[in-house]
Design a protein around this ligand. Sequence first.
Ligand code: PGA
Length: 254
Amino acid sequence: MRKPLVAGNWKMNGSRDANRELLSALQAELAGVDSVDLAVCPPAVYLAEVVDTLSASPIAVGGQDCSDQASGAYTGEVAAPMLREIGCRYVIVGHSERRERQNEDSVWVAAKYQAAQAAGLVPILCVGEQKEEREAGRTEAVVSEQLDAVLDAAGVESFDHAVIAYEPVWAIGTGLTATPEQAAEVHAFIRNRVAARDPRVAADLRILYGGSMKADNAAGLLAHDDIDGGLVGGASLDAANFAGIARAAAGAGE
Ligand code: PGA
């Protein structure tokens, strides 16, 4: 039985005051919600403070990105061991916004994934197709390329200590959610692709959905067996909305 995970990707949002307010509202909203793993991924500068604020809470903390290098002359980058040292449990790698804006390719993302695991972090590996790619019938080809780069570099067993997030790029921040059927189809495809290498690893692997997930559409998505939680952007900045998704996930996992 896979325990659902709902992770909030705050992206480049927040301030000390806003974070404190959001976290205290979130802790109040989420009191008593169990049967679901929870995490928030704030911008790097706030991570240590958020870890501190959540020290007595079951909500884990994750970074939004890490370097593929452990240390050295890499100006502006944050190393996975640093994230681990300050108390992060997760780190997002390969988010489409970074694949696009920072030109991160799948080989680079695989190196980040390996660096994260070497530091003891659980990578949340993002995969997903652009609108034009879906329209051209290339969704499976695109997702396969993104997934295979990591499977080839790190091995299928590495997915015992990782999470995948399927995030169709056309659904991110657009209000256009994939229908539960569209999402479930790709989730099943991803699980089958991992199962081709190791069925046991695939059966235990958590595959999250991301892309305009909200409290009012979460239950429909999470009702599908292959959808094990969410990577939530916009709605994670609103405590009631995020908690609604967490409750839907807890309900679906029971
Ligand atoms: P969204 O973002 O929920 O705002 O669409 C999801 C993500 O990019 O992780």
